[in-house]
Design a protein around this ligand. Structure first.
Ligand code: GLN
Length: 552
């Protein structure tokens, strides 16, 4: 079969949910029996988002192969069965970097290197690296049409229609159709202007996805169709939803998947959407409700913990429970003490994080969870700090800390490991304290062996795991025996036993820390075992503290 590509561009403004829309389209096409793949093209100059502050750009999503990518790749993986990698996310920075590297190598010798054709050719090659691997490739262009930065990408995707043939390329443009309260009606002008902008650079969209508050009437669809030169049936309402997992079903009701296979001239079976219908039913009718507190630093921005948020929702789904999440600023816990902020919660979670600010508040929260026997889940930083807390308050190592905060620490129970065997690179890695920050993180999927009889093995029901990492510091084995003697259980390690991957403590309903990020592998149709079991423990904690009739 020919390579078929759906390009998704965005208009009017950002944050309209292009990534989720792309992912939902992937889900619909998979439901029709097609194999899909994805790519995100980001117009910014950073080579990857790894160095960007999550405040600015949201979560850094880590793939199996250890690429630090845009959070939209997380949506793509959650909605479909794909596993993505570095080549599924390109930025302008990476494109230019590749072109400049070739130029220095002498590949273009004699030629003037220009945006067209050199940058655009590099973009097209990047697209063609992934597109042929599936029946349909869904390729999302970051940013908004009209931005200076996105022009080379738009020019490249314009050219690809000519290269691949018109039956093989479909352009979807996502726009906003705002409802103006004072006028009491929806306005189509922003969409008209955005499409005009797109057409001025030679792209005629085939389908318009119109983000709105209300369903668009046939009249409005006809008007948009007329002004934007598309079929009325190709004007699709993308209505605001209270739950993002409804979107594949809503798009289907609007006929989006029919339009797509028409535009791409593909024959498929009717979509099988039972699993999505069933999922939406479960979301609508929870039997229980649990309240979980996430104690972190980037608390103002949910985008910074996108995958975590979703994984907790999935864990809830597996237990027929609605999960109410409260984001708690760890510096507030420091100032106000844990009782008032955390006392009412059914579960406490410290997620991944970097840097010393707010750390003591997180440690207070962990201590509170341990002493009050509230289910605790520590992820990466949250595991490291649980080790520090345990060392200080249970094992009696008063000034235990992590080298991340104090390079001269007397008792660095978490530290920069000087030498270890790296399973991904199949090499011994050596490092010292002076090692610079770039390129020193353990990134991507690493093997972990789980101890029988632990919370972890009860959750996973298997002993050999692969989980994704993104961190620099590790458990310090010099303190292993001392901490184990004080009651810390090490229930997951690298196959050679060298790297501590999971810790637990006994005499507690559920206290687990993992050095990896399980949230990256959770899907609504396959909740991650640790999140499933954590929410189950939170629910049990709640039920043992309230009368059953007070539930929900
Ligand atoms: N800051 C810690 C480290 O670098 C933890 C990182 C994380 O939580 N992702 O090891």
């Amino acid at each position: 079969m020919k390579t078929k590509i759906i390009f998704i561009t965005g208009g009017v403004l950002s944050s309209l949910g292009k990534g989720v829309a792309a992912a939902a389209i992937g889900a619909l096409l998979e439901a029709r029996g097609l194999r899909v793949t994805f790519q995100k093209l980001d117009p910014y100059i950073n080579v990857d988002p790894g160095t960007m502050n999550p405040f600015q750009h949201g979560e850094v999503y880590v793939t199996e192969d250890g690429a630090e990518t845009d959070l939209d790749l997380g949506h793509y993986e959650r909605y479909t069965s794909v596993t993505l990698a570095q080549e599924h996310n390109f930025t302008s920075g990476r494109i230019y970097y590749n072109v400049i590297t070739k130029e220095r190598r002498g590949d273009y010798l004699g030629g003037t290197v220009q945006v067209i054709p050199h940058i655009t050719d590099e973009i097209k090659q990047s697209i063609m690296k992934v597109a042929p691997s599936a029946d349909v490739a869904i390729i999302e262009i970051g940013g908004t049409v009209g931005d200076i930065e996105s022009l080379p990408f738009l020019e490249a995707i314009r050219q690809l229609k000519g290269d691949l043939g018109k039956d093989n390329v479909c352009y979807i443009h996502l726009t906003l159709v705002p409802f103006i309260k004072t006028a009491g009606e929806v306005k189509t002008k922003p969409t008209q202007h955005s499409v005009k902008e797109l057409r001025s650079i030679g792209i005629q969209p085939d389908i318009l996805l119109c983000r709105t508050e209300k369903l668009l009437s046939q009249d409005i669809k006809a008007k948009i169709a007329l002004f934007c030169n598309v079929e009325p049936a190709a004007v699709i309402t993308a209505q605001d939803v209270d739950n993002i997992y409804k979107i594949p079903l809503l798009f289907h009701e609007e006929g989006l998947d029919d339009r797509l296979i028409e535009a791409l001239n593909i024959w498929t079976r009717a979509p099988r959407l039972e699993v999505w219908q069933n999922l939406v039913e479960r979301i609508k009718n929870p039997k229980h409700r649990v309240e979980i507190g996430i104690v972190g630093k980037y608390v103002d921005l949910r985008e910074s913990y996108k995958s975590l948020h979703e994984a907790l929702v999935h864990g809830g789904l597996a237990n027929e429970a609605q999960v109410a999440l409260t984001y708690i600023d760890s510096e507030r816990v420091e100032r106000e003490g844990p009782e008032g902020l955390l006392g009412h919660l059914h579960g406490i979670l410290v997620p991944g994080g970097f840097g010393v600010r707010g750390v003591e508040g997180k440690i207070l929260a962990i201590r509170y969870a341990r002493e009050h026997k509230i289910p605790y889940f520590g992820i990466c930083f949250g595991m490291q700090l649980a080790v520090v807390e345990f060392a200080r308050h249970v094992a009696g190592i008063a000034n235990a800390t992590s080298e991340e905060f104090d390079t001269e620490a007397a008792h660095p129970v978490i530290y920069l490991m000087r030498e270890w065997y790296d399973y991904r690179k199949d090499a011994i890695i050596r490092r010292d304290r002076a090692a610079d920050k770039g390129g020193t993180m353990r990134l991507g999927a690493y093997p972990c062996v789980v101890t029988e009889g632990s919370l972890a093995s009860a959750a996973y029901q298997e002993t050999n795991l692969m989980e994704r990492h993104r961190h620099r510091y590790e458990f310090n084995n010099q303190y292993r025996e001392q901490l184990q003697n004080a009651g810390l259980a090490i229930t997951g390690t690298s196959p050679n036993g060298e790297l501590v991957e999971i810790i637990e403590i006994g005499d507690h309903p559920w206290f687990l820390g993992c050095q990896f990020h399980p949230e990256f592998k959770s899907r609504p149709l396959a909740p991650h075992p640790l999140f499933r079991e954590y929410i189950r423990a939170c629910l049990e904690y709640k039920l043992s503290h309230v009368k059953p009739d007070e539930e929900i």
